[in-house]
Ligand binder design. Structure first.
Ligand code: KG4
Ligand code: ZN
Length: 396
């Protein structure tokens, strides 16, 4: 099976093309193409992701990325030669699918419409959760392709993608497999938009047992970085500064760490950092923090977030007698978090398995979406271009 997947839920435009071989029980995959184009630098000027800017960039990026992707199948737009005659009715449906993405429609007509139909069995697209304007571009592009080429379309949950991204073994460019999960499993999903603990008792079945009441973990990293005037995205900045700081310099709170549920809250921690910064600036009569203070705040903040995430995750593993732990999402690249979970798992549940994504697979990417699509394809209804629409608050 050959799957083309599109991801535009936030500020990465990504397209992947994968091929499966072998039995459905033990499939092997090869990545024919995987392109991730990050808009982070652009959004950094604004201190965070601007949804309409993301929408504009996705419109600009999708057609060129698709063309590069199709090169892997030997399809180029020079080769398209004379244009086939297309009935007016087909053109008017295409116009209506892409009417809210006029720039993408122009590019579709110019670069894609005349291409020969590629040999692809399924198109997959991130349906949600994510930023609504950003999701719309990917979904409408996928609808347009599905309609134009008459290829089935499947909507995919972005968070399920982050789960599966931890399971790749020996991934691209070589053939790879996805590791079998030891059930029941607990997944800790930490990204810019979500913080969730998920119980997985069997394949493709998810129960969210806890989530954040306010800010997501990644969002807290981004906001604390902003308070220290560090650029967006804040996560990598905080973890870099934390390397040379003291995690015990400031006694920040560990909100909800001992609460009996599995929920999280990071806004109190964020406020505590804000007041600390305000007090330091007032006391030193300065406008900016010293590098040493930034390092210490970063390390102390990171320690507080990591403590809460680790403590609750391990408690969930104990209560649900989980045989494995899966870590996923943009914050899963954080070294302290990866190591703390590993160390706690080793000492408390030495037999439990630990699945973490390769660092380059922690961020948003279409490969994880393609992969979920493979496992969903048999069981899920293929929506067809007519029925699919974005769901910004989609649940697992
Ligand atoms: O999954 P992701 O790429 O996008 C969403 O779906 O939200 O996650 C992005 C988040 C951002 O908040 C970013 O600051 C955070 O992941 N992040 C980190 C690190 N690198 C990225 N957080 C903590 N430590 C890092 N090293
Ligand atoms: Zn994500």
């Amino acid at each position: 099976m050959r799957i083309l997947a599109i991801e535009t839920s936030c500020d990465e435009t990504s397209i992947a093309l994968i091929e499966s071989a072998g039995s459905s029980k033990q499939p092997e995959f090869s990545v024919r193409s995987h392109i991730v184009s990050s808009q982070a630098k652009l959004h950094a000027e604004w201190g965070g992701v601007v949804p309409n800017l993301a929408k504009r960039e996705h419109q600009k990026n999708l057609a060129p990325i698709l063309l590069k992707t199709l090169n892997a199948l030997g399809i180029t737009n020079e080769e398209s030669g004379e244009t086939a005659v297309v009935p007016n009715s087909k053109i008017s449906i295409l116009n209506s699918i892409l009417e809210r993405e006029p720039e993408l429609l122009i590019q579709f007509n110019k670069k894609i419409a005349a291409l020969p139909k590629p040999d692809i069995d399924l198109i997959a697209v991130t349906e949600g959760p994510g930023l609504e304007p950003a999701l719309w571009v990917g979904v409408n592009f996928a609808r347009a392709l599905s309609f134009w080429w008459d290829i089935p379309l499947l909507g995919i949950n972005h968070m399920e993608g982050h789960i599966i991204s931890a399971l790749f073994e020996n991934s691209e460019p070589a053939a790879y497999i996805t590791k079998p999960i030891a059930y029941p499993a607990i997944a800790l999903l930490v990204s810019g938009g979500h913080t969730q603990l998920v119980l997985i008792k069997k394949p493709l079945k998810y129960d969210i047992i806890g989530e954040t009441k306010d800010d997501a973990a990644g969002e807290a990293f981004d906001k604390v970085a902003k308070m220290m005037r560090l650029p967006y995205p804040g996560g990598p900045q905080i973890s870099k500064f934390a390397l040379e700081g003291s995690p015990t310099a400031y006694a920040f709170p560990r909100p909800m760490m001992r609460s009996p549920d599995y929920d999280f809250s990071f806004s109190g921690l964020k406020t505590s950092v804000l007041y600390t910064i305000r007090d330091i600036l007032a006391k030193t009569n300065k406008k900016i923090l010293s590098v040493k203070t930034k390092r210490d705040i970063a390390a102390s903040f990171q320690a507080a977030v990591t403590d809460v995430l680790t403590y609750k995750t391990l408690r969930a593993i104990k209560q649900y007698k989980a045989k494995s732990l899966i870590l996923g999402g943009g914050v899963a690249v954080n070294r302290l978090l990866r190591e703390r979970l590993q160390n706690e798992l080793n000492s408390q549940f030495p037999n439990a398995k630990y699945y973490i994504p390769e660092t380059r697979m922690t961020g948003d990417n279409a490969l994880m979406i393609a992969e979920v699509a493979y496992f969903r394809a048999k069981q899920a209804k293929k929506t067809g271009w007519k029925n699919i629409r974005p769901n910004a608050t989609m649940r697992l």
